[in-house]
Design a protein around this ligand. Structure first.
Ligand code: PLP
Length: 244
């Protein structure tokens, strides 16, 4: 089997899962965007995915993303930045990303804004929410692993203020919320909580309609609770290749 056939089969299975989950939730599958997370995989895979109709891809590390965007060079692909952000890299990310899902602190706004304005574009942004109930008491002890893993995100009680700051920042457009279900916790509970946070944000900002949630293992639960963007890596691309 060629790599293209392998990706084609996996993509069809994932699209089938998305459609089944949408129907089970009485939703239109067309309102759910499949973002294929291509981190760790080569530009050649991104091109094959494009041949198979994928237009939304996700990356979680700045250096890898920047290099891949250049190497792939396809203008009609949308690059979603979903990983941990450093404030000194934010402007660079804003220069090539078509959306940033992982905004989790106000410190990043200045750089993202500058990068978007310099590139002459308006950057869609979602606020990443930390859904881990063990963090609910406060930020003490939370460590961002810098990889877009389960530790990043604004605490639910801080999301409204951060969302308002995004909405007030030139060059940025508040699009909604994003989360990764916490490890060792029930994703159903997590995504139910995310939907409540999303509803609150949308009451203040009617354009903030995105809920970016759900990965290979839990996309059905996310779609049941309103996900508009599922971010799927392994179920499409397979095991991560080792880095040489
Ligand atoms: C890697 C990653 C994904 C995709 O995860 P899979 O389990 O491979 O589907 C989704 N979201 C974020 C933030 C990621 O870093």
């Amino acid at each position: 089997m060629t790599r293209e056939q392998e990706l084609d089969g996996a993509l069809q299975r994932v699209r089938g899962r998305v459609a089944d989950a949408a129907r089970a939730a009485d939703r239109d599958p067309d309102e759910i965007t499949l973002v294929v997370v291509t981190k760790f995989f080569p530009a050649s895979d991104v091109r094959l995915l494009h041949d198979l109709g994928v237009r939304d891809v996700g990356e979680n590390r700045h250096q890898e993303a920047q290099a891949k965007v250049e190497e792939v060079g396809l203008g009609d692909l949308r690059w979603h930045y979903i990983g941990g952000l450093q404030s000194n890299k934010a402007a660079a990310v804003a220069s090539y990303a078509d959306a940033v899902h992982s905004l989790d602190r106000a410190k990043l706004l200045r750089g993202l804004s500058r990068g978007a304005l310099e590139a002459g574009r308006v950057l869609p942004v979602t606020v990443q929410v930390d859904l881990d109930p063990r963090h609910a008491g406060g930020p003490d002890g939370i460590q961002d692993d810098g990889q877009g893993g389960g530790r990043a995100g604004a605490l639910p009680q801080d999301v409204a203020a951060l969302a308002a700051q995004v909405a007030d920042t030139e060059g940025l457009e508040l699009r909604g919320v994003m989360a990764v279900a916490p490890l060792d916790a029930d994703p159903v509970e997590a995504f139910r909580r995310l939907q409540r946070v999303a509803d609150e944000v949308r009451r203040e900002h009617p354009g903030a309609t995105w809920i970016s949630a759900g990965m290979s293992g839990d996309l059905e639960a996310a779609i049941a609770f309103g996900a508009t963007h599922v971010r799927v890596g392994g179920a499409v691309l397979g095991e991560r290749p080792s880095r040489g």
